[in-house]
Design a binder for this molecule. Structure first.
Ligand code: KG4
Ligand code: ZN
Length: 355
């Protein structure tokens, strides 16, 4: 089985091709980042993103087929992210996927971007269901029990900002540039994590929800008191913020494990996904947590943690195997929670990317 996946829901245009045969499963993983297009604005501009996806996607598709050494006629199905995300961009990939499926008469799989992140560890590490997933990216911060393909229970989510947003906005305040997460981690290496006692919202509270907006406000106040942004200050602030975020993620994930254990719900592993999973301080903290619970800690390779087409192709392949295909009239969705039983939090309004 060979499936092609298209990802255009944020600022990466990506095409992946995967196979479920023995041996090499990833046949192509082509990603074009739009970092330079958005850098002058210090964040992703939806209209610019949508236009850039249109400009890049034809060429990326050709490259992916070349790298995989296949033609469209060799494919078993086409998958495209159909939400949640910036809808102008989502529609570029969804329309292209549907067009190929129509012309080649192939099954089409409308993939939920969060499901693509959620199932990646099954491609990279063969993780068995059920597992606990901590999804930490620029648009999301969620704890999910992954019970099967299309079968998710959300244990917690952010009630305000996503964790990557907190990294990015704080990095901007600290003058560290864009994208903020990696720059902030780099600056933190020279700093003292105990220099500034930043708040840890939700720490010690019941449940598994997250909150980051108070932390961002605290960084703003810290910067106001140190307007010259001396390198030593910036490094200390970055280290203090990173430690606060790692503590929050640790505490919330520990609660999720406790809830599952109280319910006698076994899990095979803790899996992390999303761009923030690249952060070493966070990985270290979560490794401590899983070690104390005698649980495996699984982080897919970095190139599969950040947005890519392979994860979409893989989610499509898992769905195709189960006969879960979609009609070409599937409407793309800017918001699309994985756990459909959840009532959206009013504080996230219509602005979130699907949490
Ligand atoms: O998963 P991703 O590539 O795209 C989204 O779906 O959002 O995640 C991007 C986010 C950004 O907020 C970026 O700053 C953050 O992941 N990030 C990091 C690191 N690398 C990327 N945050 C903290 N430390 C890092 N090393
Ligand atoms: Zn993502």
């Amino acid at each position: 089985m060979l499936v092609l996946g298209l990802e255009t829901s944020c600022d990466e245009t990506a095409v992946g091709i995967v196979s479920n045969g023995g041996g090499q499963r990833i046949l192509a993983n082509i990603v074009a980042s739009q970092l330079e297009e958005h850098r002058p604005y210090g964040g992703v501009v939806p209209e610019i993103a949508a236009r850039a996806h249109l400009d890049y996607i034809d060429d990326l598709l050709r490259q992916a087929l070349d790298v995989a050494g296949i033609q469209l006629k060799d494919l078993s199905g086409i998958a495209a992210t159909c939400g949640p995300g910036l809808i102008g961009g989502v529609m570029v990939g969804a329309m292209m996927g549907k067009a190929i499926a129509a012309v080649r008469n192939l099954p089409f799989m409308a993939v939920n971007h969060l499901e693509a992140h959620a199932l990646t560890a099954r491609l990279s590490n063969d993780v068995a269901f059920p597992y606990l997933l901590l999804l930490v990216s620029g648009g999301h911060c969620q704890l999910l029990l992954v019970r099967g393909v299309g079968d998710y229970r959300r244990l917690g989510t952010t009630i305000d900002d996503a964790v990557g947003e907190c990294f990015d906005k704080s990095a901007k305040l600290l003058g560290l540039g864009y994208p903020g997460g990696p720059m902030l981690e780099h600056a933190a290496r020279q700093g003292d994590a105990k220099a500034f006692p930043l708040p840890r919202p939700m720490l010690g509270r019941e449940g598994c929800d997250f909150s980051f907006s108070g932390l961002k406000t605290a960084v703003r106040q810290l910067v106001a008191a140190h307007p010259d942004l001396a390198p030593a200050f910036t490094a200390d602030a970055a280290a203090s913020l990173q430690a606060a975020i790692a503590d929050i993620l640790y505490d919330r994930t520990r609660n999720a494990l406790q809830i599952l254990s109280d319910e006698n719900q076994k899990v095979t592993a803790l899996v992390v996904a999303g761009g923030v999973a690249a952060n070493l301080a966070i990985r270290t903290k979560l490794t401590e947590l899983t070690a104390s619970h005698h649980l495996s800690f699984i982080a897919p390779p970095m190139e599969l943690c950040t947005d890519n087409g392979v994860m979409v192709a893989w989610a499509g392949l898992e769905r195709l195997k189960l006969g879960l295909t979609d009609g070409l009239d599937f409407a793309s969705r800017p918001r699309w929670p994985l756990d459909e039983t959840i009532i959206p939090s009013p504080s996230r309004g219509g602005l979130g990317r699907g949490a």
